[in-house]
Write a protein that binds this ligand. Structure first.
Ligand code: ISL
Length: 553
C-alpha cells in the first residue's frame, strides 16, 4: 500500500458561513477562519476542506457559483483568501477547495449567454430541450423537489437543473466546457491549493437520450441509474487527471450520490488515475425509509457495521476510503448515531473513537469536536436550507400534517449541521456580534469550545487525544481492519493490526450495560490504552456508550 500525506492526514471541514463572523454582519467569513487557525492546528488537524467560498448568489449557500475564479466579497474577497492560504501553509496546514463542477449558478456569464438564443455560442454549455406535449422533456425530479427542468421564456425551451432552478447543469459533453473546467482547476492548482473536494462529481456524465425514469417512486434507484455514473464519467475524470491534476501534488475526493459498492472502486482505483477518494453515502442514508429522507427509520447497527466492513474490503488493495459521520448536508452525528441527551459526552467520544480508528482518511466536520447537536427551531420560517424548504412545500401541497412534518424537519434538516459554531457562552455563542444568518443552537451556553478547553475530560480534549494517538500509531491508518461481531445489535467490535501490533476497539452503541464474555476476545491479554469514561470499570462489561481502545500484549 502506497503511503502518502493525504492518507495519513486528518481533515477538518469548514462551512464558512457558520464558522466565525469577523465583521458583525451575521455571516461567517475568511478572516474568522484565519482567527481560528491556531485552534484548528491545536486539534492535530493537517488539512482543511473549505466549503465553497466563490462568488455566488447563494441560492444553495455557495453551491451555485457565478464566478469560479473569484472569492465572494461576503467572505472577504481574494485578499482575505491569499492571507488564509499563507497563514495555513505557514502552520503546515493544507487547503482543500470545494469545486462545484456539475452545475453553475444561473447568474454565471456562461448561463446568461446560453439562455439568450438557440444559436448563442454558449447554448451548448448547458442542456436545453423542447417541451414534450407542453410538459417538461422527461419525468426527472430535482434533488430539492419538483421537476428537474425549467422552462425559460426567452427561447421557450427547458434547461436541466438536478438541484435548484438556479443551478443549471453544465454540459460536460461539450469539449469547450471541459476545457473551461480544466482551466479553472489549473488556476487553483497554480494558486497553491492542496486539493479539491468535487461536488456531485458522479453526476457529470448524463444519459443524452434523457429517458423517463421507470422508478418515479424510488428516487435512489433513479439517481443511481439515470443521473449518476453515466457512460463517460471515467473518461472525463481520467482526462481531468491526465491534463491537470497529475501535474500537482494534490489530493482529490469526489462526492457522489449513486456511488456504491458496485462502482465505487472504479473512481479511486490507483491504476486508473482518476480520483484519490470518494464520499459514498451508504451509512448516511441508512436511516432513510422507503419514502426517503422524510420517511426515517431507526439506524440498524448490524447494517451500519456492514457498510464500514464492506467498503474497507472493497478499497483495501487498490483504493482508499473516506471516513466521516457527518457534514453540512446531514443531521449532527451525535444526534443521529449517538445519544445527544443522557449520554451526550460519552456517545460523542465513542463516535470520535470510531472515526479515528478506522482505515481511510478521516474527515471531522466543524463543531463535531465539541459534540454540537441537532437544533429544533419552533417554526419553518427559522429554517434556511433549500432542500428543507422544498420538502416542506411538497408536504404542504400534499396536505400532510405539518405539525408532524416539523418534527421530521427537526430530525432531518441539513440546517442541523449549519447552525453557527459555538465558541463560548457569550451572545450568539461567540459566533457573531450581529444577527446570525441562521439562529444559534440554544444549547451554546453549555456546549461550547471555551468550556471544553477548560475541561481536561471534554469531548474536545478527547478528539485531541484520539487524533494524536492515530498520528503516533500508523497502524490506525494503514493496518488491517476486521469486524469481530457483525450481527450484534449493541456492540461494534473490531481489530486493527499489522505484522507488529494488534489493537481491539470495543464500542457500546447502547444505553444499557453490555457483556463481552461470550465473544472470546482474549481481553486478559490486552491492556486498556484509551477509554471514553474516566472511572475504571472493574468488570468485563461495557457501560452505556463506553468505548475502549485496547492493545494486545
Ligand atoms: O443533502 C443531501 C441529502 O440530504 C444530498 O442528497 C445532497 O444533495 C447531495 O449529496 C449533493 O450534495 C452536494 O451538492 C449539492 C449541495 O446542495 C450540497 O450542499 C452538496 O454537498 C448541490 O451542489
Amino acid at each position: 500500500m502506497k503511503k502518502t500525506w493525504w492518507k495519513e492526514g486528518v481533515v477538518y471541514q469548514i462551512y464558512p458561513r457558520s464558522f466565525k463572523d469577523s465583521t458583525g454582519n451575521g455571516i461567517g467569513d475568511i478572516y474568522g477562519i484565519i482567527d481560528k487557525l491556531d485552534y484548528i492546528k491545536s486539534l492535530g488537524i493537517d488539512i482543511i476542506w473549505l466549503c465553497p467560498i466563490y462568488e455566488s448568489p447563494n441560492d444553495d449557500n455557495g453551491y451555485d457559483i457565478s464566478d469560479y475564479k473569484a472569492i465572494s466579497e461576503d467572505f472577504g474577497g481574494s485578499e482575505a483568501f491569499d492571507k488564509l492560504l499563507d497563514g495555513m501553509h505557514k502552520r503546515g496546514l493544507k487547503l482543500v477547495m470545494d469545486l462545484v463542477l456539475n452545475h453553475s449558478s444561473d447568474e454565471h456569464d456562461w448561463f446568461k449567454e446560453s439562455r439568450k438564443s438557440k444559436d448563442n455560442p454558449y447554448r451548448d454549455y448547458y442542456f436545453w430541450k423542447p417541451s414534450k406535449n407542453d410538459n417538461p422533456p422527461n419525468n426527472w425530479v430535482s434533488f430539492f423537489s419538483g421537476s428537474a427542468w425549467k422552462r425559460d421564456a426567452i427561447t421557450d425551451e427547458y434547461f436541466l437543473h438536478l438541484f435548484t432552478k438556479k443551478q443549471p447543469d453544465l454540459n460536460w459533453e461539450n469539449p469547450k466546457v471541459r476545457k473551461e473546467i480544466h482551466n479553472i482547476v489549473e488556476y487553483w492548482c497554480k494558486k497553491g491549493v492542496d486539493g479539491f473536494r468535487m461536488d456531485v462529481i458522479s453526476l457529470i456524465s448524463k444519459n443524452l437520450d434523457f429517458p423517463d425514469s421507470p422508478y418515479p417512486d424510488d428516487y435512489g434507484k433513479t439517481i443511481k441509474n439515470y443521473y449518476a455514473n453515466g457512460s463517460k464519467i471515467h473518461q472525463y475524470l481520467h482526462q481531468l487527471n491526465r491534463e491537470v491534476l497529475s501535474r500537482y501534488d494534490i489530493m482529490t475526493v469526489g462526492e457522489g450520490p449513486g456511488i456504491d459498492l458496485d462502482n465505487g472502486l472504479d473512481y479511486v482505483n490507483e491504476d486508473r488515475n482518476e480520483l484519490n477518494m470518494i464520499f459514498h453515502f451508504d451509512h448516511m442514508f441508512i436511516d432513510n425509509g422507503p419514502g426517503g429522507k422524510y420517511d426515517p427509520i431507526d439506524v440498524s447497527l448490524p447494517k451500519f457495521k456492514k457498510v464500514f466492513s464492506d467498503w474497507d474490503k472493497k478499497l483495501k488493495d487498490k483504493g482508499w476510503g473516506s471516513i466521516f459521520l457527518g457534514n453540512h448536508d446531514f443531521s449532527r452525528m451525535v444526534s443521529r448515531f449517538g445519544n445527544d441527551s443522557t449520554y451526550h459526552t460519552e456517545s460523542a467520544k465513542l463516535l470520535a473513537m470510531l472515526l479515528l480508528t478506522l482505515r481511510g482518511t478521516v474527515y471531522i466536520y466543524q463543531g463535531d469536536e465539541i459534540g454540537m447537536t441537532n437544533v429544533a427551531y419552533p417554526k419553518i420560517e427559522d429554517y434556511n436550507d433549500v432542500e428543507t424548504l422544498g420538502s416542506w412545500n411538497e408536504a404542504l401541497a400534499k396536505g400532510e400534517d405539518m405539525t408532524e412534518f416539523l418534527k421530521l424537519v427537526h430530525r432531518q434538516s441539513r440546517d442541523n449541521a449549519r447552525t453557527p459554531v459555538q465558541w463560548n457562552s457569550t451572545k450568539n455563542g461567540g459566533f457573531s456580534l450581529g444577527n446570525p444568518w441562521l439562529k444559534v443552537n440554544e444549547n451554546y451556553s453549555s456546549i461550547n469550545v471555551e468550556a471544553q478547553e477548560n475541561d481536561k475530560n471534554s469531548i474536545l480534549n478527547f478528539y485531541r487525544k484520539m487524533i494524536a494517538f492515530r498520528k503516533a500509531n500508523k497502524v490506525m491508518v494503514y493496518g488491517d481492519y476486521e469486524c469481530i461481531n457483525p450481527e450484534d445489535t449493541n456492540l461494534f467490535i473490531y481489530k486493527r493490526s499489522n505484522e507488529k501490533e494488534s489493537y481491539l476497539i470495543i464500542l457500546n452503541f447502547s444505553n444499557t450495560i453490555q457483556t463481552v464474555d461470550h465473544l472470546n476476545l482474549d481481553i486478559e491479554h490486552s491492556k486498556l490504552v484509551i477509554s471514553n469514561i474516566e472511572t475504571l470499570n472493574p468488570k468485563n462489561e461495557l457501560r452505556p456508550w463506553e468505548a475502549q481502545l485496547r492493545q494486545y500484549n
